[in-house]
Design a binder for this molecule. Structure first.
Ligand code: ADP
Ligand code: TYD
Length: 216
């Protein structure tokens, strides 16, 4: 990874969260461009995945049926690799890391959706990343039906995306519970809006976040 000498040191970890079809991928590009305007060096990554082994695990996780606990453990196995190979090295160099999903997804999908006990996920969280947590989490929130309609238009659905509404309802409720529990870290984006309105919400939150961190 090359860093230009004039990049600002900005060792921040920003995560994008939300149910499938909530608009994360669409808006990540906008956020990256905005940060680059401030001379911030950014890398983009995703979970599950982000490393060669992680991408192999992603393929299994998204396509194979498995016990919910196996699924949870594999999510954290991929995450362990992701942290040591991608997230930590970048943050150490002062590079801002943007990740499409992180551990909040495990609480929401495996905890909320699959009903794995929260305490079991907390144990894995403490084991795998006791010292790393996102500095900012952008939660894309919208009604399930809107997300599902958006997804149905574009693609055939994977294992998670084809789950029923009550699964996604629980996932969404768990996300909202997390956002309420960690208000300093979470920002809720109303994703049931036009793309331009979502960009405006993101801009407002990000400019505030940058100012808080002395980036003008
Ligand atoms: P995610 O990454 O959260 O699964 P995507 O960004 O891939 O979601 O969005 C799912 C679909 O919805 C895409 O076809 C995208 O173009 C569309 N989309 C995203 N945001 C909006 C929006 N605000 N209004 C209408 N369609 C949208
Ligand atoms: P995502 O990359 O958003 O899917 P796509 O690129 O197809 O839009 O996420 C992959 C799926 O993995 C998503 O349905 C949520 C699920 N997931 C979990 O269940 N637990 C986790 O810890 C993570 C990181 C993802």
């Amino acid at each position: 990874m090359k860093i230009k000498y004039n990049y600002q040191f900005f060792s921040k970890f920003i995560t994008f969260e939300g149910i499938d079809g909530s608009g994360k991928s669409t808006h990540i590009k906008y956020v990256i461009e905005l940060l680059k305007k401030f001379n911030i060096n950014v890398i983009f990554t995703r979970e599950p995945g982000g490393t060669p082994l992680g991408e192999v695990l992603r393929n299994l996780l998204l396509n194979k049926l498995m016990h919910p606990e196996t699924e949870t453990l594999l999510m954290f196995a991929a995450r362990r690799e992701h942290i040591s190979r991608v997230i930590k090295p970048a943050l150490k160099k002062g590079i801002c890391v943007i990740s499409d999903r992180f551990t909040d997804s495990s609480f929401a999908y495996q905890g909320g959706g699959r009903r794995i006990l929260r305490n079991k996920i907390k144990i894995l969280e403490k084991w795998v990343h006791p010292n790393i947590k996102p500095d900012l989490t952008l939660l894309f929130d919208l009604p399930l039906e809107v997300a599902k309609n958006r997804l149905n238009i574009i693609k055939s659905l994977d294992k998670f995306e084809s789950k029923k509404n009550d699964f996604f309802h629980s996932v969404r409720m768990e996300y909202l519970r997390l956002a309420k529990k960690f208000p300093m870290r979470f920002r809720i984006i109303n994703s049931n809006e036009s793309i331009i309105n979502i960009e405006n919400q993101l801009q407002k939150f990000l400019l505030y976040f940058l100012r808080e961190n002395n980036i003008q």
